[in-house]
Every structure is written in structure tokens, then in C-alpha cells.
Design a protein. Structure first.
Length: 551
């Protein structure tokens, strides 16, 4: 049977799964109920790690080109009393969106509406052989047997049902996931941390009507309409988010215009384009898998959007799951690879849920204090005190590279601990570490060439000592059919980062193992999720070597 994965949902998680699988030669069909269109983005920040995946897929520059204001637009976050009022504090170059080169990562973050990111992902996914996207259909269930599953779907207009035969099914169908319901998984945690509105509006002249300069998000701290506001796209499109609403509060278009005027203190001819209520919650699925069916993205985790982690975390889910499913279908990966998906991703999700809930607690509503808007010496003192409170509460939200890059898959059955895992601690601050399970530390080899650019699509063995021998690794890879590229590097900085002469990197750029000599205990069989004795198959890819000299 032709290798085939069905993906429910064409949001960022579903599209990323299709790209990861389709780029590895696995046929995918994405099923989507509605064509995703409209003004309202749920996310606006593409984090550094997501852009590093786009770099690996060859489309990071396409995303940069899609930026509505250009990647040089300042990613400042401002806190003001009102857009037309007084500045309280400015966070410069938040969320690692500055285009200045940084040794810690290969791609900076990017502020861009989610629908523009989706367009770039969709175009690339559909350019891959074997990737198909069907609109106007909804998931209707599945029947699994020992060799695969029959995935049922229904035409939303005619009600006619059809079925697709698949090896695996990925539920990337969002917060109301029908796939999650079908496997009997349930969400646990706290629903209803707050009620909020998301309003998209057109505001000609608003950027010029205030004196605070450019920024991607402005927190408005006042006692009328505490809120978040900011520019979203060309054509004078802005978003406006009243936060912490009481139960029963809604906004008609007329009321939304009035709320914008009152919150900003700026009276302009605003045009409401869309509005909807959203509820902030902290929820995590009790399991991410049943047999051949997996959950990814919002289908298995939900949290407040403060910090911009949600969409990016869903894409990371798709990457982790995608390369593992591809490895199993191609014959060089074993069943433990699939078992490792939830084992690895759940701690990363819990880390993000903790951080986003803490960020949510410091909303504009919680930061208001009486007298903040007074144009008096006492008002100046109040704003200075508020600035200190904002710095303490919000710095972890806007400068949290450790949350973005610092999660570590220690304890995974496909990671080999070298005795340093106990020393690793999760942190908002990012310190590159080559501890097995962590993201491989980054280094710029030249002005434009990243160390990551030298990694292969399968496993990569970094050889950092000219006397280190990679022959045993190559022989094992050849025998097991595991794709392996050997990269030899003579660079003192890289040696200092990795601390050992041999480092095995996974397809997702995480460290699987490191050591002084290649062991004879079946290392590749372990990290590829099976035992050497169980492998019966063809060699899939010849080993190769790349010699990279530091320049």
C-alpha cells in the first residue's frame, strides 16, 4: 500500500505536518471543513524556532517577504495609559524579532499575522509531491485495523460520506477537535481564566495620531477599557483586544467603535471588520495518541496567548511527530519513535502552559492603579511605579528565549543520557547546551552559513576532533538503513559548545547522543526506536561526509 497520512485541519500545525511528511516523500491528505480566510489572526508572532524550521524547509525568506511592514519594523511593545495618552514603558525589540544576527540562533523571530504565515506554509505544502488539500469536508470518524485505518469524512454541503485508507491519522483540528473526541481523550485544567474580545478594524491615520512611535503591541492601562492594541497589516488594519471582560459583556460594531475611541482617546472614523469573543484557558489532553491516531497543536493543549507560544508550539508538535512517522513508514524507524512523541512533547507543553498562565495574570486590567493618568507630579510617580511593576511582570513574556529554544527531551527513550541531564534546568533565559535531548547549540560558520545548514535530513554525526573515527557509525548506519551524514568541523567555538568530539544530531536538530568514541551497543538502533535484531529491510540512504572548515 502507498504510504499515506491523513491530517485533519489546515492550520499551522496541519500544514507543518504535511510539509515535514511530504518533504520526506510521504503522501498526505489534509481535510479541512472551511477555507481559512478572513481578517482575524489568532497569532501574530512567529518565534525563532519556527523560523528555523522554515529555514530547514527552504521558505524562511518567503515568510520574511510576506511581512506587512518589513522585517526591519521595530518589534517594540509599549505600555501606555491610552494610545493618545502617556507612555509608561517601552520594551525594545521584543520576542527576538530584531533582524540583527545573533549567535544563539539561525533565524530571528518575526511579527506577522497568522494568515500570512499560513499562506506561505500552504503554498509550500502543496508544491510537494503527494500532498493534497481538500476543502469542504469534515472528519466523520475512523476504523483502525492491524494494517492501517479507514478515515471517514463527510461533504459539508451534500452530507455524502467517503473514506480514505491511511497508515496514520493526525488530528490538528484545533480546540474543538473531533479527532480528540473520537479517541476519547479529554482536556484537563482550568477553563475560563478570562473572557476577552478580538476586534479587527480599519483605522486610517491612527499610526500618525499618537506620539509613541512604532510598535507591534500596545498595552492600554486605564479604568475605562483596559486592552491591547496594535497595527496588524497594510491598509491601516489594526487589532484591538479588550481584556478581562465581565460575563455577558459583548460588543456590537457600534459599541466596538466606541470602545476603541474611549480606550485610545483618539477619535477617528474606525471601521469594524470582524469581532469575536475568546476565552483564555489552561487545558492539556490526558493523552495524545490512540494506536495510529495522534493529536497535535490546539487539539491537545490550550493556554493564554500571552508570549505567543501556542501556534509555534503546534508547529513544533508537527515537526516532532512528522519525522518520526516518516521514519517508521520508510522502514528505518521503530515503534518506540512513535511512543516518544508524547513523552517528549508533554513536558514542553507543561513548560509553556506555566509561562503563558503567569503572563496572562499580568493583564492590563491587573496593572491599572488609581491616579495613573493624572498630569501631576503624583501622576508621574504613579507611572514610574507602574513601569517598575510592568518590567517585573512582563519581561518574562517578551524576552523568554529559554521557553522558545530551551526545552530538553531528557528522559526520552530515544535519547542517550551522558550523565549531564540532571544538571539541566528549565529557564526563561537561554543558555545553549549540548546535553542530550537539548536543541543542538547554534554557530555561524560564515556570515550567512549556519551550522544547522550542514545537517542532513536524517541523523547527523558531528566530528569535532580530527583524530575521531566515524567509521563505526557509518557501518552501523549502513547496516540498519538509517540515513546518516557525517560533518567534520575544525572550529574551537563549536568544540567549546559541544564538549565532546562526537555528537549525534536528530532530524529535528536535537542532540541524541554525544561521546568520545562510537559505542558498540547498538546506539543507532536505540535512537531510531528499535533494536538492531528487529531490523529487516533495505538500506535507504548511503552515508556521506561533509568537511566544514571554519572561516
Amino acid at each position: 500500500m502507498k504510504q499515506h497520512v491523513v491530517i485533519i485541519g489546515s492550520g499551522p500545525s496541519g500544514l507543518a505536518a504535511a510539509i515535514e511528511l511530504g518533504g520526506r516523500g510521504i503522501a498526505c491528505t489534509i481535510l479541512e471543513r472551511h477555507a481559512r480566510a478572513g481578517y482575524a489572526p489568532r497569532a501574530k508572532t512567529t518565534h525563532t524556532r519556527t523560523r528555523e524550521h522554515l529555514r530547514r524547509w527552504g521558505i524562511a525568506e518567503k515568510l520574511a517577504a510576506a511581512s506587512p511592514f518589513g522585517v526591519e519594523y521595530p518589534s517594540h511593545v509599549l505600555y501606555v495609559t491610552r494610545l493618545g495618552g502617556k507612555l509608561i514603558h517601552r520594551f525594545e525589540h521584543a520576542l527576538q524579532c530584531s533582524s540583527a544576527r545573533d549567535d544563539r540562533y539561525s533565524e530571528h523571530g518575526q511579527w506577522i499575522p497568522q494568515y500570512k504565515l499560513e499562506a506561505v506554509l500552504r503554498e509550500h505544502a502543496l508544491s510537494l509531491p503527494g500532498v493534497d488539500l481538500r476543502y469542504g469536508v469534515e472528519f466523520a470518524g475512523f476504523v483502525e485495523d492491524p494494517t492501517g485505518l479507514d478515515v471517514r469524512f463527510r461533504n459539508v454541503e451534500t452530507g455524502v460520506e467517503e473514506a480514505l485508507r491511511a497508515d496514520y491519522l493526525i488530528g490538528a483540528d484545533g480546540a474543538r477537535s473531533a479527532v480528540r473526541d473520537a479517541i476519547g481523550a479529554t482536556m484537563h485544567g482550568t477553563y475560563g481564566l478570562s473572557r476577552n474580545y478580538n476586534i479587527i478594524f480599519r483605522a486610517p491615520g491612527l499610526a500618525e495620531a499618537h506620539a509613541h512611535g512604532p510598535g507591534i503591541m500596545i498595552g492600554q492601562i486605564n479604568n475605562e477599557v483596559p486592552s491591547l492594541i496594535g497595527p496588524m497589516d497594510i491598509g491601516d488594519l489594526w487589532y484591538f483586544m479588550p481584556t478581562g471582560l465581565a460575563a455577558g459583556v459583548t460588543y456590537s460594531n457600534v459599541e466596538a467603535v466606541d470602545a476603541i475611541k474611549r480606550s485610545t482617546g483618539i477619535d477617528l472614523p474606525y471601521e469594524i471588520l470582524s469581532s469575536d469573543e475568546w476565552v483564555a484557558s489552561r487545558l492539556l489532553a490526558d493523552r495524545y495518541r490512540q494506536g495510529r491516531v495522534f493529536l497535535a497543536g490546539d487539539a491537545c493543549h490550550l493556554h493564554p496567548p500571552f508570549g505567543g507560544f501556542g501556534m509555534n508550539m503546534g508547529i513544533a508538535d508537527a515537526v516532532d511527530l512528522g519525522w518520526k512517522i516518516a521514519a517508521v513508514l520508510q522502514g528505518w524507524g521503530g515503534p518506540v519513535l512513535l511512543d516518544s512523541y508524547e513523552i517528549e512533547r508533554r513536558p514542553a507543553h507543561e513548560f509553556v502552559l506555566d509561562e503563558s498562565e503567569a503572563n496572562h495574570a499580568a493583564s492590563p486590567n491587573a496593572l491599572y492603579r488609581e491616579g495613573l493618568e493624572d498630569d501631576t507630579p503624583e501622576g508621574d510617580i504613579m507611572r514610574a511605579e507602574a513601569a517598575q511593576a510592568i518590567i517585573a511582570a512582563k519581561t518574562p513574556e517578551f524576552y523568554a528565549l529559554g521557553v522558545v529554544l530551551g526545552y530538553c527531551y531528557r528522559g526520552s527513550p530515544i535519547i542517550v543520557d551522558d550523565g549531564t541531564a540532571a544538571d539541566w534546568q528549565r529557564s526563561r533565559d537561554y543558555s545553549p547546551s549540548a546535553t542530550p535531548g537539548c536543541l543542538a547549540p547554534h554557530h555561524w560558520m560564515t556570515e550567512t552559513v549556519s551550522l544547522y545548514d550542514l545537517f542532513g535530513d536524517g541523523y547527523t554525526l558531528l566530528v569535532l576532533d580530527k583524530d575521531a573515527n566515524a567509521a563505526a557509525a557509518q557501518q552501523e548506519a549502513h547496516a540498519l538503513g538509517v540515513p546518516l551524514v557525517v560533518v567534520r568541523i575544525d572550529d574551537d567555538v563549536v568544540r567549546d559548545l559541544y564538549q565532546e568530539p562526537l555528537i549525534l544530531i536528530r532530524p529535528d536538530q536535537h542532540v541524541a547522543w554525544r561521546g568520545k568514541i562510537w559505542p558498540d551497543d547498538g546506539l543507532l538502533a536505540r535512537v531510531s526506536g528499535r533494536t538492531a535484531e528487529a531490523f529487516q529491510g533495505e538500506v535507504l540512504q548511503a552515508e556521506s561526509e561533509v568537511i566544514a572548515s571554519a572561516t
